[in-house]
Design a protein around this ligand. Structure first.
Ligand SMILES: *[C@@H]1O[C@H](CO)[C@@H](O)[C@H](O)[C@H]1NC(C)=O
Ligand SMILES: *[C@@H]1O[C@H](CO)[C@@H](O)[C@H](O)[C@H]1NC(C)=O
Ligand SMILES: *[C@@H]1O[C@H](CO)[C@@H](O)[C@H](O)[C@H]1NC(C)=O
Ligand SMILES: *[C@@H]1O[C@H](CO)[C@@H](O)[C@H](O)[C@H]1NC(C)=O
Length: 392
C-alpha cells in the first residue's frame, strides 16, 4: 500500500489519464502542480516527516574526464555529461569540494556536488554517430527551474524523516554501476529497480505514470528495443555507508544495500535495515536524465537486423553499462538540514536557491579538445563495441 501511494508521488500524474493507452498518443494535458493527484493520498512533506528533494541542474560541461574512476587521465576512456559545481576537474582532491567551487549549475545554490553519467549517441545506418540531446524534465511541484535547464539532469535525495539519515561528509564520493557490463547482471541483487530506461509512449512525457524503474510497461534495464517519444534514465545509489571511508578503491565498497535488498524509489524511504558492515543510513540519491530521441526515429536509419540504434558513450549498445558518479559537495550542513526539513522538491525552507539564469552562468571549460556534436565517425575515444545488442 505504501508503495502505491508513494509511487504516485514521483509519478507523472498527467499520466493517470492515459495509462494503458500506449499506442495511440493523445493530446497531453499539462500536469497541474497545484492539485496533481486527486486519487492518491500524498505524504504531506509538511516539515515533520519525509523529505523528497527533486531539483534541476544545468550541464556544467561535457568532457572525456572522470576524476573518480580515472583520476588525472586526460582523456579518460569514455565521455560523460557533468552537472554541479565548477570545481569539477580531471582530478579532484578528497576534501571539501564546496570550498573549491565558486558556483553551481543546480537550483540549490549550496549544492556544489558533481554528478555525472555517460552520454547517449545515435548510430545511423552509415555508421555515423550523433549525440542525443539532453532536455529539461517535466513540471512537478511548481518547480519551473527544472523545466528550463540547459541539458543537465535532475537530482533527488530522500530521507524518511528528521534524523533518519546522515548526510554525506566532505570528501565523500561514490559510484554506481559497471561500465563493462553488456548483459543482465546476475549478482546478489536484482538491480532492475535501481537502473533503468523509461520509453516515453507519447509527447510531453507520456507514459510517465509510475515511480522510476517500477513500471514494466515502459521501464527496462536495457535500452528500449523500439522507438520512443524520448528516453529517460534513472540511476539510484545504495543507501547504507560504512561510516568510516569517504571513498574506496572500487568507489563502491564503502556503500551497501540494506539487508532487505535495494530500496525502490518511493519518495519516502531509504534503507530499512543497514548491514552491520555498513550501519549508517544515508540519503537515497537518484539521478534522472531525459534524452529527446524523436529526431532519431526514422526506421530507415535503424539497423536492418531489427536491433535498436542507440549506444552509450561507453560503447555499450545494451544499456546495462549505465553507471553514475557522485562527488558530494553541499556546503556546511545544508544537506543535513534539508534532509531533516520534511520538505519537497526544489523548495525547502532555509535551504538557499538561485535563479535558473544565474545557475546557467556556471560553466567548466572543456579539458579534452575533441568534437562531440554533429555527425561523428566514431564515438569520442572510440571505445570498443563488442557484440552489438544483448538486450532481451
Ligand atoms: C505532517 O505530516 C505528518 C506525517 O508525516 C502528520 O503526522 C502530521 O499530522 C502533519 N502535520 C501537520 C501540521 O499537518
Ligand atoms: C583543473 O586542474 C588543472 C591542473 O591540473 C588546473 O590548471 C585548472 O585550473 C583546473 N581547473 C579547474 C576548473 O579547477
Ligand atoms: C550518415 O547518415 C546521417 C543520417 O542520414 C547523415 O546525416 C550523415 O551525413 C551521414 N554521414 C556520412 C559520413 O555520410
Ligand atoms: C529482475 O527483476 C525483473 C522484474 O521483476 C525481471 O524481469 C528480471 O528477469 C529479473 N532479473 C534477474 C537477473 O533475476
Amino acid at each position: 500500500m505504501a508503495l502505491t501511494i508513494t509511487a504516485a508521488v514521483v509519478v507523472g500524474l498527467a499520466a493517470v489519464a492515459h495509462a494503458g493507452d500506449l499506442s495511440t498518443p493523445t493530446p497531453t494535458p499539462t500536469p497541474s502542480p497545484e492539485a496533481p493527484w486527486p486519487d492518491f493520498a500524498m505524504p504531506p512533506y509538511n516539515g515533520t516527516g519525509p523529505t523528497l528533494l527533486r531539483f534541476g541542474c544545468h550541464q556544467v560541461v561535457v568532457d572525456r574526464i572522470d576524476p573518480l574512476v580515472n583520476p588525472g587521465s586526460i582523456p579518460s576512456p569514455h565521455q560523460h555529461q557533468i552537472v554541479g559545481g565548477d570545481a569539477f576537474n580531471a582530478s579532484m582532491p578528497v576534501s571539501d569540494i564546496s570550498e573549491l567551487s565558486t558556483c553551481t549549475t543546480c537550483s540549490y545554490s549550496d549544492d556544489f556536488s558533481n554528478y555525472w553519467t555517460s552520454n547517449l549517441y545515435f548510430r545511423a545506418r552509415n555508421g555515423s554517430y550523433k549525440r542525443v540531446p539532453q532536455i529539461p524534465n517535466r513540471l512537478f511541484f511548481d518547480d519551473e527551474f527544472t523545466t528550463k535547464t540547459n541539458g543537465g539532469m535532475v537530482a533527488y535525495y530522500v530521507s524518511p524523516g528528521k534524523g533518519e539519515v546522515k548526510a554525506f561528509e566532505p570528501g565523500f564520493r561514490m559510484f554506481f554501476g559497471d561500465a563493462a557490463l553488456r548483459s543482465e547482471p546476475q549478482g546478489q541483487w536484482n538491480l532492475s529497480t535501481q537502473t533503468c530506461f523509461r520509453c516515453y509512449s507519447g509527447p510531453d512525457f507520456q507514459g510517465d505514470d509510475l515511480a522510476p524503474c517500477q513500471d514494466p510497461a515502459v521501464d527496462t534495464q536495457h535500452l528500449p528495443n523500439g522507438p520512443c517519444h524520448g528516453i529517460r534514465t534513472n540511476v539510484i545509489f545504495p543507501t547504507c555507508w560504512d561510516g568510516k571511508n569517504l571513498d574506496s578503491a572500487d568507489h563502491t565498497s564503502h556503500i551497501a544495500y540494506p539487508v532487505e535488498g535495494p530500496h525502490v524509489f518511493d519518495g519516502i524511504g531509504t534503507a530499512d535495515t543497514c548491514p552491520d558492515s555498513h550501519p549508517v543510513k544515508i540519503p537515497q540519491v537518484m539521478f534522472e536524465i531525459v534524452w529527446d530521441t524523436t529526431a532519431f526515429n526514422d526506421p530507415n536509419e535503424w539497423p536492418e537486423d531489427g536491433s535498436q540504434p542507440f549506444v552509450l558513450s561507453t560503447g555499450d549498445r545494451s544499456g546495462y553499462s549505465q553507471h553514475a558518479d557522485y562527488v558530494f559537495g553541499w556546503k556546511g550542513d545544508a544537506l543535513q538540514r534539508a534532509m531533516d526539513a520534511g520538505c519537497i522538491a526544489a523548495n525547502c525552507p532555509g535551504i538557499a536557491t538561485q535563479a535558473v539564469e544565474e545557475a546557467a552562468k556556471c560553466r567548466v571549460p572543456e579539458v579534452v579538445d575533441e568534437n562531440y556534436e554533429g555527425w561523428l565517425d566514431t564515438l569520442p575515444g572510440n571505445p570498443p563495441q563488442p557484440s552489438a545488442t544483448t538486450s532481451t
